[in-house]
Design a protein around this ligand. Structure first.
Ligand code: ZN
Length: 150
């Protein structure tokens, strides 16, 4: 099994069985994301302890890549503070937008599966939607925010 098969299996698994799917009520902050190019929509709800994400859920309707990306993200950010999340988000963004020959950065864990998306530039926004939505939720703490990738 080569790396690409492994990546595809991770994406398919997280699309079929999304982790942390649902809604936190009450929550400390939330945001809605919309990717008009594909029609992906998701809502993130978060609980915070100080600067740290103690719990997160997502719900919505989108393509396999947007759903799998959100599922992987919720697993990756639980327990991280805002600074660590910003750093991780930067690495993910670089991974999604670098050339297909570039090495996948280390330390991404299962998020490395998203590197398969760079073979399909039109789907990058599907994969990054949840990260933009997360940034909006953290920036509008205590309220709600909406982002569109357009
Ligand atoms: Zn999509």
């Amino acid at each position: 099994m080569d790396l690409k098969d492994l990546y595809r299996d991770v994406i398919l698994d997280h699309n079929k069985n999304p982790r942390n799917f649902g809604k936190l009520e009450p929550c400390d902050t939330s945001a809605d994301g919309h990717n008009p190019l594909c029609g992906d929509r998701l809502t993130l709800t978060l609980r915070l302890e100080g600067d740290t994400v103690s719990d997160v859920r997502f719900e919505g309707k989108g393509c396999a890549i947007s759903t799998a990306s959100a599922s992987l993200m919720t697993e990756a950010i639980k327990g991280l503070d805002e600074r660590a999340i910003t750093a991780l988000s930067d690495v993910v963004h670089r991974t999604l937008t670098s050339s297909t020959e570039a090495a996948v950065p280390e330390g991404l864990g299962k998020l490395a599966a998203l590197s398969g998306v760079r073979e399909y530039p039109a789907r990058v926004k599907c994969a990054s939607l949840c990260w933009h939505t997360l940034a909006a939720a953290l920036a509008h703490r205590g309220g709600s925010a909406a982002v569109s990738t357009e």
